[in-house]
Design a protein around this ligand. Structure first.
Ligand code: CBF
Length: 756
C-alpha cells in the first residue's frame, strides 16, 4: 500500500476531505498544512543578525512559493491530481497580500527570499496594512480605488502575542507583532517578516478608500501610502513610519539582550538596513532607546552609524522624504533632541549647507540623516549609483567616498522563472541540467545552444503556449486577445517618468498608420498594467487616455484586426506572474537617468522577452550583457538628459511643432477620442504635453517609434528572434537576487551563513 506523504498526513489529521472540499477550503487547508510543516530552524546562537526595515514588502501569493522552497511542490501537485484537483485552481483562491506598491516592495520580497535561501540570519520589519495600496477598478473608463483586504481566517500571518508600546506626542499605541514565515530554498531555514499592527484596526471604509485620517488608532495600518495631498495624510504617514521603526527597534534591542549581548555590542550583532527613507526615524529612535538605557549620546551615535546601512532607490525628489520639524514635534517630539544632535554632528563634519539634516526652513531631510548615520550607502544599479555620486548626492560623496557603493538589483528566479513559467524552466533543465535552479549564473550554459534549432523551436513553442494561457486568463476576465499576435507589454507603476504616455502616442501613431493602409506583418497587442497613485492626476489621466484608445481601436473594424490595446485591471504580483512568461517585447522606456534600476526588465528578459528600452537604470547592464543585437535601444542618454535639466533647455513645444508629432499629440483632442473620453482629463494631458512634458516624452518619441517598428519587423524572422530570446535568458542569471544579496553581505552586512 502507498504510504502517506507528509502533506497528506497533515491534511488527513486536519480532517480535510480532498474529494469534497471546495477550492477555497482546500487553499486554507494547504496554507495551514504548509505552515505546520515549515519547521523553523534557529540560526546558530551569537550570530550577527540583519533587520531589514521597509515600508513595503510585496510578497505576492505564498502557497506555491512556499511549497517550492520547502521542496513540497511536486508532492502537492501529485496529491491533488490523485483527487482530481489542481493546484493552479486552488491557489487562485489565495488573496494576495497587499503590502507593497511597486519595485521597491517587490525587491524587498525577493531579498527576503534570497536571504533565507542563502542561510543568512535576517528578518524583515514592516507594517500589516489591512487594505493594502488599493484595489484598482477600470470599469468606468477611469481608475477608481477600493480597499484590497487580504487577511482571512487562515492567512499566513502568525499572531506572536508580542507587542511594544509606541509613544506618540500625547498618546500611546501598542504595536502588535504578527509574523510571516520566510522559508529558504530547500535548506531548512525559516526567517520571518515582522509586521506590526494596531490592536484595534478600524473596519474597511464604507466607500472607496476615504477614511478619517486623524483617527490614528484605528487607521494607522489601514492603507499603504495614504493620500498625502493634505496635511492629515502627511501626518498619518509620519505616524506609520514612527510606529514601524519604534516597534522594530524595541524588538531588535529585546533580541540583543535576550541573546546576552550588551548594548555596546549593537554593531557587532545587529545590522539595521534602511530601505529607502520611510524607515529613517529608526536612527533617532535607536539613539533615544540606547541613551535611555545609559549609553552616552556620542557613543550611541557612533554605534548607530556602524549599525545602520541605507539604500537609495530613486533620485526623484518627491520620494526623497523631507518632513517639517513641526510634524515630528506632533508625532514623536521625543526624537527632536536626537535629530538636533545628529544635525550638529553633521555640521561639525561638513560646512556645506547642502548636507544639513535640519535645514534653515525647519525641514528635516531623511536621506541626509540616513547618509550621515549609516556605515554604507548604496544605489541599485550602476548608472543610478554613478548619478548619486556625481550629481544628486555629490556633496555627500565628497564627504564620505568610502560609504558609497553599488548593488545592482535582482529578482528571485524561484518565483520569476521556476514558479511562474514551469514550461520554460523544464526546457532549460532539459538543455543544461537542473543546477541553474540553485545558481542562476549557470543559465549562461544556454549560450552553447545558440545553434540548436530544436531547442530554439521549443523556446518559441513555449512562448506560444504561455501566450495562449495568458489569453485564456484574460478571456476569463472578459478581455479577448489574439494569442498569435505580438505581445508588447508595459507593466509597472504609472508614473510620467516611466512614460506610458509616450507609449500611448505610439498607439495613436500605429492607429493612424493602419487607417492609412499600412498594416503590420502580424497583429500587435499592446498590454499595460499599472496603478496610479490616487492623488496623481496626470497619471490617472494617462490611464483614461489608454482606456479610451483601447475602446477606439476595438470599435474600428479597419484597425481592430491588427491592433489591440489592453489594460489589465488591478495589476499586481499574481497578474505579473501571468504576463511575464507570455511577453514578447518588454517596454522599459523611462527617461534616461530617472529609473533607478527597474526589476520588471529583469523578470521579462529571464522569461525570454526582448527589451525595447532606453539606456536607463539596469537596462544599461542588460544591454552590456546581451550585446547590441539582442536589445532595442533608443532615446537620449542620461548625460544628455541631465544636461537638458541643468541648462533648462528642453521645450516640449519645439518638438510639438514638428508636424508629425503635432498630429499625434493633437489626436488626444480629436473628435474620435472626445466622443469616448472626458474632455477635462484629455485636455489636461494635451496641455501638459505641449506646455511642460517634464519627463520629455516628445524628446524621444520619433526615435522610439522608429526603433519599435524595427523591432516589430525583426520579430518576423522567427529563427533570429528565438536566438535573441535565448541570449536574454542565458544572460539574465546575473540579475538573480541571490547574487545581489551575496554582494550586500560581502560588502555591507557581513553576516555569517548557517553552516559556514
Ligand atoms: O530598487 C527597487 C526599485 O525601486 C523603485 O521602484 C522605487 O520605488 N524607488 C525604483 O523606481 C525602481 O527603479 C527600482 O528598481
Amino acid at each position: 500500500m502507498r504510504s502517506q506523504t507528509d502533506l497528506e498526513r497533515v491534511l488527513t489529521a486536519r480532517g480535510v476531505n480532498l474529494d469534497t472540499c471546495s477550492d477555497r477550503e482546500l487553499m486554507y487547508a494547504l496554507t495551514a498544512a504548509v505552515r505546520q510543516l515549515q519547521k523553523p530552524m534557529d540560526h546558530a546562537r551569537g550570530q550577527r543578525k540583519l533587520y531589514y526595515f521597509s515600508a513595503e514588502f510585496l510578497v505576492g501569493r505564498l502557497l506555491r512559493a512556499n511549497l517550492i522552497n520547502l521542496g513540497l511542490l511536486e508532492e502537492a501537485e501529485r496529491l491533488l491530481a490523485a483527487h482530481g484537483r489542481s493546484l493552479a485552481q486552488v491557489e487562485d483562491q489565495e488573496p494576495e497580500p497587499s503590502l507593497g506598491n511597486g519595485g521597491l516592495g517587490r525587491l524587498a520580497a525577493c531579498f527576503l527570499d534570497s536571504i533565507a535561501s542563502l542561510g543568512l540570519n535576517g528578518d524583515g520589519v514592516g507594517l500589516n496594512y489591512h487594505y493594502g495600496l488599493f484595489r484598482q477598478r477600470l470599469d468606468t473608463g477611469r481608475q477608481t480605488e477600493e480597499p484590497d483586504p487580504w487577511i482571512g481566517p487562515e492567512s499566513w500571518l502568525l499572531d506572536t502575542g508580542l507587542s511594544y508600546q509606541v509613544d506618540f506626542g500625547g498618546f500611546s499605541l501598542n504595536a502588535r507583532q504578527y509574523d510571516l514565515e520566510i522559508p529558504g530554498y530547500e535548506n531548512g531555514v525559516c526567517n520571518r517578516l515582522h509586521l506590526f499592527d494596531v490592536e484595534r484596526p478600524a473596519p474597511p471604509p464604507a466607500e472607496g478608500i476615504r477614511f478619517d485620517k486623524t483617527d490614528i488608532a484605528g487607521h494607522l495600518t489601514a492603507f499603504l501610502y495614504p493620500d498625502d495631498s493634505d496635511e492629515a495624510g502627511r501626518l498619518l504617514r509620519v505616524y506609520q513610519q514612527y510606529f514601524m521603526v519604534s516597534a522594530g527597534a524595541q524588538l531588535l534591542l529585546r533580541e540583543l539582550e535576550e541573546a546576552g549581548h550588551s548594548l555596546l555590542e549593537l554593531d557587532r550583532y545587529a545590522v539595521v538596513h534602511i530601505n529607502d527613507t520611510h524607515p529613517s526615524m529608526v536612527i533617532p529612535e535607536l539613539l533615544r532607546l540606547l541613551t535611555s538605557r545609559g549609553v552616552e549620546l556620542e557613543q550611541a551615535m557612533d554605534l548607530v552609524e556602524r549599525t545602520c546601512t541605507y539604500t537609495n532607490h530613486t533620485i526623484l525628489s518627491e520620494a526623497l522624504e523631507k518632513w517639517p520639524a513641526s510634524y515630528l514635534e506632533q508625532v514623536a517630539p521625543q526624537l527632536l533632541p536626537f535629530i538636533r544632535a545628529l544635525d550638529q554632528r553633521a555640521r561639525r563634519r561638513s560646512d556645506d549647507p547642502r548636507t544639513a539634516i535640519w535645514d534653515e526652513h525647519n525641514v528635516i531631510h531623511m536621506a541626509h540623516m540616513d547618509i550621515h548615520s549609516s556605515a554604507k550607502v548604496n544605489g541599485v544599479a550602476e548608472l543610478h549609483t554613478e548619478i548619486l555620486k556625481n550629481t544628486e548626492l555629490h556633496p555627500f560623496y565628497v564627504l564620505y567616498p568610502e560609504k558609497f557603493n553599488n548593488k545592482t538589483n535582482g529578482i528571485t528566479f524561484r518565483r520569476w522563472l521556476m514558479s511562474c513559467n514551469p514550461a520554460l524552466a523544464g526546457l532549460i533543465t532539459q538543455a543544461i541540467g537542473p543546477e541553474w535552479q540553485r545558481d542562476a549564473g549557470l543559465l549562461e550554459k544556454l549560450l552553447e545552444h545558440k545553434e540548436d534549432t530544436a531547442l530554439l523551436e521549443r523556446l518559441l513553442a513555449v512562448k506560444e503556449e504561455n501566450k495562449g494561457a495568458l489569453a485564456r486568463w484574460l478571456g476569463s476576465r472578459g478581455t479577448e486577445i489574439d494569442p498569435h499576435s505580438v505581445l508588447d507589454i508595459q507593466i509597472k507603476r504609472l508614473h510620467q517618468y516611466k512614460r506610458q504616455q509616450m507609449n500611448a502616442l505610439y498607439a495613436i501613431w500605429k492607429y493612424v498608420q493602419i487607417k492609412e493602409g499600412h498594416t503590420p506583418p502580424r497583429p500587435v497587442t499592446m498590454v499595460f498594467g499599472a496603478k496610479a497613485a490616487p492623488a496623481y492626476t496626470l497619471a490617472k489621466d494617462t490611464i483614461h487616455l489608454l482606456l479610451c484608445l483601447g475602446k477606439l481601436i476595438e470599435r474600428d473594424p479597419q484597425v481592430s484586426p491588427w491592433l489591440k490595446l489592453v489594460m489589465v485591471e488591478n495589476y499586481n504580483v499574481s497578474a505579473a506572474e501571468r504576463l511575464v512568461p507570455a511577453c514578447d517585447i518588454s517596454e522599459q522606456i523611462s527617461l534616461a537617468s530617472k529609473e533607478a534600476s527597474g526589476t520588471g526588465n529583469m523578470k521579462l528578459m529571464a522569461n525570454g522577452a526582448v527589451t525595447l528600452g532606453t539606456l536607463d537604470g539596469a537596462n544599461v547592464e542588460i544591454a552590456r550583457l546581451v550585446g547590441e543585437g539582442n536589445i532595442y535601444l533608443f532615446g537620449r542618454s542620461a548625460d544628455e538628459v541631465i544636461a537638458l535639466y541643468r541648462d533648462n533647455a528642453y521645450r516640449s513645444s519645439d518638438y510639438w511643432q514638428k508636424p508629425e508629432l503635432e498630429r499625434l499629440v493633437d489626436f488626444i483632442l480629436s473628435p474620435e477620442l472626445l466622443t469616448i473620453g472626458d474632455a477635462g482629463c484629455l485636455s489636461r494631458l494635451y496641455k501638459d504635453f505641449i506646455a511642460k512634458d517634464y519627463f520629455m516624452a516628445l524628446l524621444d518619441l520619433e526615435d522610439y517609434i522608429a526603433v519599435k517598428e524595427r523591432c516589430l519587423a525583426e520579430y518576423e524572422d522567427r529563427a533570429a528572434w528565438s536566438r535573441k530570446m535565448l541570449v536574454n535568458i542565458a544572460r539574465s542569471g546575473f540579475f538573480s537576487s541571490d547574487r545581489t544579496i551575496m554582494e550586500y553581505n560581502r560588502d555591507i552586512w557581513h553576516l555569517t551563513p548557517d553552516g559556514a
